[in-house]
Design a protein around this ligand. Structure first.
Ligand code: PGA
Length: 251
């Protein structure tokens, strides 16, 4: 059966020193707290090697927040999936709405990035989600379906390695969480879309995380929904206390 996962997305926050301190705090808290989910922290590229040195990735997964669609060569400023993997990282966030909106990442590129991540043994945390206008004009189910379908060229074996994160863009960093019912409705929809393509077994085994202003105070209600298998956490992942409060929502 699918796993429950709480993943932190640090975005462009913390210096290396601050990041190592935060990772240490999370690792220590995890060792001292019984928990019923897999836990991952996704950190800036610059932090991966230093954070890997202080965490045991068997108990705390470590991810990047993006990777290149290219393998290597003359792509100044890019970081390949192979490079990410070589740091000891286990995961990579792909298709975050900030990448789609501010850096113009499209479905085709995201399929390529996903292939590169998988080829290098990284678990992609693949983000989908509608903007406010799409929520309000009622096209959100189709929009998210299209984003999930971008991966439908993957083999069933490859697709079964993906973690999906539903992050309504209007809820990210805004303090405006989707209600647990809105999240459940969309997660069930995503699972149906996957089932239609890959069958019920793969759909049932896919972890679908919710992201967007998830906090210790609302995590329990969200995670109680049958199709919500955890969270992708931005702001609340930047303090060990609040991140652990969300991890403990599964207890
Ligand atoms: P937030 O961000 O928790 O700060 O809303 C979530 C995300 O963007 O992954």
């Amino acid at each position: 059966m699918r796993k429950n996962i709480v993943a932190g997305n640090w975005k462009m926050n913390t210096t290396v020193g601050e990041g190592v301190e935060l990772a240490n705090e999370v690792a220590e808290a995890l060792n001292n707290t019984p928990h019923n989910c897999e836990v991952v922290i996704c950190v800036p590229f610059t932090h991966l090697v230093a954070v890997k040195a202080v965490v045991d990735t068997d108990t705390l997964g470590l991810g990047a927040e993006n990777c290149s669609e290219h393998d290597k060569g003359a792509y100044t400023g890019e970081v390949s999936a192979e490079m990410v993997k070589s740091t000891g990282a286990t995961h990579v966030i792909l298709g975050h709405s900030e990448r789609r909106l501010y850096f113009g990442e499209n479905n085709e590129q995201l399929l390529t990035k996903t292939r590169k991540a998988l080829a290098n043994g990284l678990t992609p945390i693949f983000c989908v989600g509608e903007v406010l206008e799409e929520r309000e004009n009622g096209t959100y189910n189709d929009v998210v379906k299209g984003q999930v379908e971008a991966l439908f060229e993957l083999s069933p074996e490859d697709f079964s390695k993906i973690v999906v994160a539903y992050e309504p863009v209007w809820a990210i960093g805004t303090g405006k969480t989707a209600t647990a019912d809105q999240a459940q409705e969309m997660h069930a929809h995503i699972r149906n879309v996957i089932a239609e393509k890959y069958g019920k077994e793969i759909a049932d085994n896919t972890s679908i995380l919710y992201g967007g202003s998830c906090k210790p105070t609302n995590a329990k209600e969200l995670f109680a929904k049958p199709d919500v298998d955890g969270g992708l956490i931005g702001g609340a992942a930047l303090k060990a206390d609040s991140f652990m409060g969300i991890v403990e929502a599964f207890n």
